[in-house]
Design a protein. Structure first.
Length: 321
């Protein structure tokens, strides 16, 4: 399922062979269109473009700040820090490709740059869901299987899992760049369905375990566990917001007219997936009691959480251990 790079308008690009064409050279070639045949149905594509621009102006600085904080806290790292860092790095890379896409469409018009743009979409399609699944796995084991978690705290296990995710990401992205593979779009559909199911299962299980773990004869949950419960609930809401649209829409591709799916359904589904590059770092930053490198007034102004939840650093420590 090729992403709609056709989020931009252009009428000056000369006719050229598609990247995965197998047609004879002397055959009639359809002029290349950045709208991929959706020249008169651009509303959903422009919606995707707007969210990609948000990633450039807000997502990239937020992800850079996340990486800086992880480096700043390296002496007391969380077991999930390696996954958070890699996720932030991949989101920065994806955000950088948006202005490069503009330049290629209006200035360079290079096939090799177009291939690199397709590769970046493959990275976003794969790295985000897989690294989030790793974070959910880490928290799931920490809360429900604390003894096993203690035996698996060594960083080598998470480095190995990170290497596996990178291998899967680059294999998928390379195949997406080459194009022309039969039923390749089913790969992403299967991936997003399985990772979404896993993340929802992990977070619901964590919430259930925290809710059950009350002291004997007590009706109220421990304040620290209550904050942890609210934090996991907020993460679950973010996962549903970003991943439910493609999960709900993409498996039913055969039920849509080809033009409707390509020009409306696909861009909208990917738009919700794209904006996760901004939402994920902002959620992480909002959970911190104090963000290094920034004044307190700035934190109060841009924090996603209200002032009554400014102790969420303890939540992070709870799930860490």
């Amino acid at each position: 399922m090729d992403r709609n790079i056709s989020s931009f308008n252009s009428t000056s690009i000369p006719p050229q062979l598609p990247l995965n064409t197998t047609a004879p050279i002397n055959a009639t070639v359809k002029p290349f269109s950045v709208f991929d045949g959706c020249d008169h149905q651009v509303e959903a594509i422009l919606f995707d473009l707007i969210l990609q621009c948000v990633n450039v102006f807000l997502g990239i600085p937020a992800n850079l700040l996340v990486i800086a904080i992880l480096i700043h806290n390296r002496k007391e790292p969380s077991t999930s820090d390696i996954f958070l860092g890699c996720l932030a790095f991949m989101d920065i890379y994806f955000g950088i490709m948006t202005p490069i896409s503009f330049l290629n469409l209006y200035v360079w018009q290079s096939k090799s740059v177009w291939s690199s743009i397709k590769f970046s979409y493959g990275v976003k399609d794969t790295s985000g869901p897989l690294f989030l699944s790793c974070i959910c796995l880490d928290r799931f084991v920490a809360v429900l299987f604390p003894i096993a978690f203690g035996q698996l705290r060594h960083y080598k296990y998470r480095v190995s899992l990170t290497v596996l995710v990178f291998c899967l990401t680059f294999a998928y992205s390379a195949a997406k760049t080459v194009g022309g593979l039969p039923n390749f779009e089913k790969v992403f559909t299967g991936e997003v369905l399985s990772t979404f199911t896993w993340m929802v299962f992990c977070n619901l299980s964590i919430m259930w375990a925290l809710k059950k773990s009350r002291g004997a004869g007590k009706d109220e949950m421990h304040p620290m566990k209550k904050r942890a419960f609210k934090m996991v609930l907020s993460i679950l809401c973010i996962i549903i917001f970003n991943y439910l649209p493609p999960v709900a829409l993409f498996p039913f591709e055969d039920h849509y007219a080809p033009d409707v799916f390509r020009c409306y359904v696909q861009p909208v589904g990917f738009a919700f997936l794209n904006i996760s590059s901004t939402i994920q770092p902002l959620v992480y930053l909002s959970r911190l009691e104090k963000v290094p490198f920034l004044p307190d007034a700035c934190i109060k102004k841009f924090s996603l959480c209200d002032s009554g939840e400014n102790k969420n650093l303890h939540i992070h420590k709870t799930l860490r251990h």
